[in-house]
Design a protein around this ligand. Sequence first.
Ligand code: SF4
Length: 394
Amino acid sequence: MTDTVWLPEAMTRFRCNQQGCCCKQWNIRMDVESVFHIVQELPDDRTGEILDGARVIRDPADGKVVSLDLRRRAPDDRCVFLEPELTCEVHRKLGGDALPKLCQAFPVTSVRHGDRLQLAWDPICPEVLERIAESDGPYPVTAAACGPGTPLASRVVTPQPLPEIEIGGVALTPDELAALSARVTAHLESGARPALDLLASANAAVARAVTGGPDALSLDPDEDVSDFDEFFEWCVGAHDGRTLWGFVRQYRRFVFAVPLPPAPWGDQDALFEYDPDWRAVVDPRDPALDGFLRRYLAHRFFSAFERSPATGFVAFNYGSVNHTLGSAFRVAVGLSRWLGRPVDKDVMKVAVGASEYLFRTLSLPAVAMPWFRLDVNEKLTLLEEDQTPGSTEG
Ligand code: SF4
């Protein structure tokens, strides 16, 4: 058991904003041991309210109760423990160690690959986005202590084991995988060209590796990737305005970077429809956005070669980087039109967060998306070898 964990250095400064944004309007699956401990420790008269309407989740293998979905409460579909002041009753009365494991870890997924333990920080969280945006400089990865008593100890309470990972039919050791990931992130943060062009050449290299193995992952910032813009346009146009506006509405509880008008907001679908002239509203190579975009891409590629615990498919994480960024530009254009302000770094943070939310919520099969320089037959082959169709992470 290692007591060292790898994470983006910027995330060592992560602090929860204490706004309760992740404590409402979605399912919070709580491990049964934590819930039983909480019920035991809180006064008797809370028991009925806490457990009323709870859904029991069993392990399909042995039928044991493993977790509970507690019924959410008015006025805003919130966790039964979220107090009016946005404090957590469990944390306040019983301490951080009593929180359900999911709450202790969020917004982090800890992933174990051999002896290597790595933390993936979810960019739907506004504080994760703030740390990504805190400078335009490099985005290094660092090792930190995560043993008992350290600030990161709670983030690694439920590490997910990764199965063996292959690229192009070649199995990778954890160190080889980390080295590949480090090469891509170093390429992205080099600043040799705008972020979108570095993403394009990273895509070209990954496409070579998916068919030719890890040795084919050669990164050349000057590579001719003039065909990338056409591919990226597919990513930008992938969703209709109604879908994107719907996710912006759902994401509003995470929005602190820009002021939003008071609700109700009415129907703004049309503002989020695909506009072939979207580059007139936001230049994807705008130098003012480029530092943030390079750091965001480095953040995503830090875990791009991991097999997602939810999907068991290594390549999808890479694929979703392009699609998430494409939808983020669409959301940025819609936000600009709706809020009557230009797309700056703050708008882009919200747009990226909302787009990340979309791709985590929709279970989009990787085969349904365009892939740069990989044809459908190659994708289908990959799916047969590496993935249970339809089990992808959104
Ligand atoms: S238990 Fe506390 S931290 Fe977890 S979701 Fe509920 S209010 Fe939030």
